[in-house]
Ligand binder design. Structure first.
Ligand code: SAM
Ligand code: SF4
Ligand code: F3S
Length: 470
């Protein structure tokens, strides 16, 4: 599907630069440090957006803090994908009435996918009067303008006009890690899976140009990032809206050609667009991580059709075989929904049997959450929450036993890992397939590739010892 690419002009972005400078001057005139806090819910796309929000806040003179009481500006970047995430956000925003009472000048902002839902902005306007700024993902690039207006004493802002989405290049970004970087390559989704709200709140699929993506990848590699994750709701439909003659596999190949020692990861692929070209490219490109996250959602063909997923159980399992024929060591992870409206016991058993057959290394399991406005929210749903929970528990138990077995097979092997941080007494590191390896060692190893002898394992992690430095 070709969509209109709405690229924000350099001139409009330059105006935002001007607003950032003005805000920085206002803040400097206060003669004391000003603090900001950005709290993120949801997927990696939101994490990447929050890095941009922090980048803009820094340019406006703010120092980041983790303390709500100290913050002059609080931004909550929300997720709408399941009801539970929304309730957590609303609960936390409710609590901020106390911090605002103690610090009346505090500016509380809400942004992200949840704000784009019909009726949400109204609800905030009426019931959360301590919130001053509400904006959707399509106008994230205008954050400096909105915040400056409030710093000058302006009225509450609600910027949640419906939109098919935009591309805004060149926003500053304050990245959370010096080792791993998110690299959004496309935004939005055209798939309209019947349960999912993302296409409604994030707009249509739009790809960044290969030139923009490659320039950012080159910059990240030159700055020493060792792990670059290409992001999109549906990364492997990259380029379909461009006339650049570059598809997702071609893009991986071009990034692979950039000099440097780094890994290329990507999230998330849709089975309908995955196939031989992607797997053979992954196998050929030495920088491409041996990991594919390929959500299957259900093992029942009836449910897959009702979900509008556009593949079958059989074609999904065939894809898994194909991926493994090109990369026998590939780590395969997936997403699944339990309790889709009307899912019968038999259909749930189809999901269990697919999990047994595919033998995923790890699985992200979700209980269906009705999202207003999506087709699935109005489908008959005769099963109770307790019945769905019982199925969910059975599925988790099955997957845990598979993950445990898979992890055990690493014991006695040596893995090249990227050390990415520390968690208590252990360094944390990841294999090319993205498996967590806990290691003893000093912080100076963070950001380096190492060889690790795997000595132990459980369902969630591997344990290892450092070999010679590589
Ligand atoms: N674009 C990706 C894809 O198609 O696989 C994932 C997007 S979504 C942010 C992440 C996961 O949330 C989905 O794969 C699905 O399993 C789950 N999900 C989405 N909508 C849901 C809903 N209404 N209820 C429960 N889980 C949901
Ligand atoms: Fe949602 Fe489906 Fe799009 Fe993924 S592909 S974001 S599950 S509509
Ligand atoms: Fe949530 Fe929006 Fe991501 S709904 S999962 S934050 S795209």
């Amino acid at each position: 599907m070709k969509t209109q690419r709405n690229v924000i002009s350099a001139e409009m972005l330059a105006r935002q630069e001007g607003y950032m400078e003005e805000a920085a001057e206002l803040n400097a005139a206060r003669g004391e440090p000003v603090y900001a806090l950005v709290d993120t819910y949801g997927c990696q796309q939101n994490e990447a957006d929050s890095e941009k929000l922090r980048g803009m806040l820094r340019r406006m003179g703010y120092t980041m803090t983790g303390d709500e009481a100290e913050a002059d500006v609080i931004v909550i970047n929300t997720c709408a994908v399941r009801e539970h995430a929304e309730q957590r956000v609303l609960g936390n925003v409710g609590h901020l009435t106390h911090t605002k009472k103690n610090k009346p000048s505090q500016i509380i902002c809400l942004c992200g996918c949840m704000m784009q839902e019909p009726g949400m902005a109204e609800k905030i306007r009426e019931s959360y009067r301590h919130v001053s700024l509400v904006f959707g993902p399509h106008v994230l690039w205008r954050f400096p303008e909105y915040l400056l207006g409030l710093l000058r004493g302006g009225r509450r802002v609600f910027a949640v006009e419906p939109s098919d989405g935009v591309i805004a290049e060149g926003l500053p970004s304050a990245r959370d890690s010096a080792v791993k970087a998110w690299l959004p390559i496309m935004y939005g989704c055209n798939n309209f899976c019947s349960y999912c709200i993302v296409p409604y709140v994030r707009g249509r699929e739009r790809s960044r140009t290969p030139e923009e993506v490659l320039a950012e990848a080159r910059d990240l590699a030159a700055r020493g990032y060792k792990d670059i994750t290409l992001l999109g709701q549906n990364v492997n439909s990259y380029g379909k809206d461009l006339d650049a003659g570059v598809d997702f596999a071609d893009l991986i190949e071009r990034i692979n050609d950039i000099p440097g020692d780094f890994l290329i990861r990507f999230m998330t692929s849709h089975p309908k667009d995955a196939g031989e070209k992607l797997f053979s490219t992954m196998a050929r490109c030495e920088k491409c991580a041996r990991h594919i996250h390929l959500p299957f959602q259900s093992g029942s063909n009836r449910v897959l059709t009702a979900m509008n997923r556009r593949y079958t159980r059989e074609s999904y399992l065939e894809l898994v075989r194909l991926a493994r024929s090109y990369m026998p060591d590939v780590v395969l992870t997936s997403d699944v929904i339990v309790g889709f409206p009307g899912e019968t016991e038999e259909e749930f058993e189809d999901t269990l049997s697919l999990v047994r057959e595919a033998e995923f290394d790890a699985l992200f399991t979700f209980i269906f959450s009705p999202r207003t406005g999506t087709p699935a929210a109005s489908m008959p749903d005769p099963f109770t929450r307790a019945e769905k929970q019982a199925r969910f528990d059975r599925l988790v138990e099955l997957q845990n036993s598979i993950s445990e077995k898979k992890h055990l097979s690493y014991v006695g092997t040596t893995q090249r890992v990227l050390v990415d941080g520390r968690d208590g007494e252990y360094l944390t590191s990841r294999t090319s397939g993205g498996r967590l390896v806990r290691l003893a060692g000093g912080d100076e190893l963070i950001g380096t590739f190492q060889e690790a002898a795997i000595t132990g394992s459980n369902t969630w992690a591997l344990y290892g010892q450092l070999c010679q430095e590589v």
